[in-house]
Write a protein that binds this ligand. Structure first.
Ligand code: CTP
Ligand code: MG
Length: 229
């Protein structure tokens, strides 16, 4: 059984409102995507990393990591799920049906080896796989037309992070069947549609997704804090 990483990196980063996609903004001396890929390489478990890159992306070829022997490039798609499926297909001739794939957002540069290995160790004997997730500290409200109609039971609510770890064959089938469905915003939801039940593994709270401008400062802080441990 081999482990493969798939990194969707073909988004435009609309909410970041910057001059370039957020994965190419600078974070602690490198671009965000270089931080992310370096951490995946440092985990020393992946046979290769397939990165989905937009076909119009001028920044990717400039990075040394784009020529790293363990880093493969696939064309990005319209939605995140399309990009992930494209990267999975690029592994077609190398990956086996039962191999594990860890899908990890390019925009999550604070992922630790600790969390990658925790996910793998917890799920290695599982049939379906699962995801890193965080419990919610805030009370969550069900709202319709600006008015609260209920309070969710927090014990049953988790926030989905990445990596999300599934079997190569099963994930490819699930994403292919779900193509075009706007509700598929992560890999787990594609498997849920098939009636499968991905597991939850508690992740670290510093594994944030860079989404808005203020997240860069927070990620800088987390990286410093991790380096000081
Ligand atoms: N992604 C992708 N292909 C897409 C859309 C998103 O590969 N068509 C990637 C992004 O590059 C990112 C990850 O999926 O690494 C998570 O998506 P998100 O945080 O939403 O990034 P963007 O879509 O780029 O940002 P926004 O939604 O603000 O435009
Ligand atoms: Mg998006």
């Amino acid at each position: 059984i081999k482990f493969w990483a798939v990194v969707p990196a073909a988004g435009v980063g609309k909410r970041m409102q910057s001059d370039r996609p957020k994965q190419y903004l600078e974070l602690a001396g490198k671009t965000v995507i270089e931080q992310t890929l370096t951490r995946l390489l440092d985990a020393e478990v992946f046979s290769a990393i397939a990165v989905a890159i937009s076909v119009e992306d001028p920044y990717w070829p400039e990075l040394e990591l784009s020529r790293h022997p363990q880093v493969l490039t696939a064309p990005g798609g319209k939605e995140r799920a399309d990009s992930v499926l494209s990267a999975l297909k690029s592994l077609q001739d190398r990956a086996n049906h039962d191999d594990w794939v860890l899908v990890h957002d390019a925009a999550r540069p604070c992922i630790t080896s600790e969390d990658i290995h925790k996910l793998i160790a917890t799920l290695a004997d599982d049939e379906v796989g699962g995801i890193l997730a965080l419990s919610s500290h805030d009370t969550l409200k069900d709202v319709q037309d600006n008015a609260i109609v209920g309070t969710l039971d927090r014990r049953h609510i988790w926030r989905a992070l990445t990596p999300q770890m599934f079997r190569y064959g099963m994930l490819k089938v699930a994403l292919t069947e779900a193509e075009g469905n706007p509700m598929i915003t992560d890999e787990a939801s594609a498997l849920e549609l098939k009636g499968l039940k991905p597991k939850i593994v508690e992740g670290r709270p510093d594994n944030l997704k860079i989404t808005r401008p203020e997240d860069l400062a927070l990620a800088t802080f987390y990286l410093e804090q991790q380096a000081a441990r």
